[in-house]
Design a protein around this ligand. Structure first.
Ligand SMILES: [Zn+2]
Length: 231
């Protein structure tokens, strides 16, 4: 049974890749080789995600099939952020994923929230994890380069404040966070930070509505369970 499920998944991935490569040539301006690498990376991680939890299985299967529907420029990046968010839940962290994309559109970092695993860390939000890796890669900021950070959730005040002081020019988020998101409250930043924010392009992604809704659903799987730990 396990074998047949894995075989089915593998066949699906191969079919999906083939179908996607052909169709995307017609409806996307994005570099096809970059898209293939995003797809291969995400599908590989989804395929290795074996879990008894039906909710995680549901969203894993949703993400496995989703590339067939990609049509917007942010779909591949939004999808990979959601893949990372699901991996976070699998590790019992909050379901938020984040990726960093270089000026050519290549994904150079992908990771996720690490608030509980490997150890309890209040600062290890997905964006902070990615920024830590990014800043450890160099000793000076990059100049005049169009790097883009994608997060599956609207950044909180802590993350947004760090992002607008960083050298990452573009900030894109998938799911809005009405209760804790800072992007929709930029006017409440201190004056110097409002000025910093104006040097960045901050916006919600342009992506499939089903994929954007998935980011919210994936987040709530973990919120409900993890918040109970502190009650
Ligand atoms: Zn945050």
């Amino acid at each position: 049974m396990v074998f047949s499920t894995q075989l089915k998944d593998t066949n699906y991935i191969i079919t999906s890749l083939h179908h996607y490569i052909i169709t995307s040539l017609h409806h996307s301006k994005m570099n096809i080789h970059i898209q293939k690498r995003i797809l291969q990376s995400g599908l590989g991680q989804l395929q290795s995600l074996q879990t008894p939890y039906s909710t995680i299985v549901h969203w894993r299967d949703f993400l496995l099939k989703n590339p067939d529907e990609w049509q917007h420029e942010d779909d591949p990046y939004t999808w990979l952020s959601c893949v990372q968010a699901l991996l976070a839940i699998h590790e019992k962290n909050y379901g938020i994923g984040c990726i960093l994309v270089d000026p050519q559109g290549e994904v150079i970092i992908q990771d996720h929230n690490q608030s509980f695993v490997p150890r309890y860390r209040t600062d290890m939000h997905a964006e902070m994890v990615v920024l830590n890796i990014w800043e450890n890669m160099r000793t000076a900021p990059v100049a005049e380069e169009d790097y883009t950070l994608y997060s599956s959730l609207e950044p909180c005040p802590m993350c947004l404040t760090r992002l607008i002081t960083s050298d990452i020019k573009h900030i894109r988020y998938v799911a809005p966070d009405e209760a804790g998101g800072m992007v929709q409250r930029l006017d409440q930043l201190p004056p110097i930070h409002r000025e910093f924010a104006q040097r960045h392009h901050i916006a919600q992604v342009n992506a499939l509505p089903t994929l954007m809704e998935a980011a919210t659903h994936i987040l709530h799987i973990s919120m409900d369970e993890l918040n109970n730990r502190f009650r």
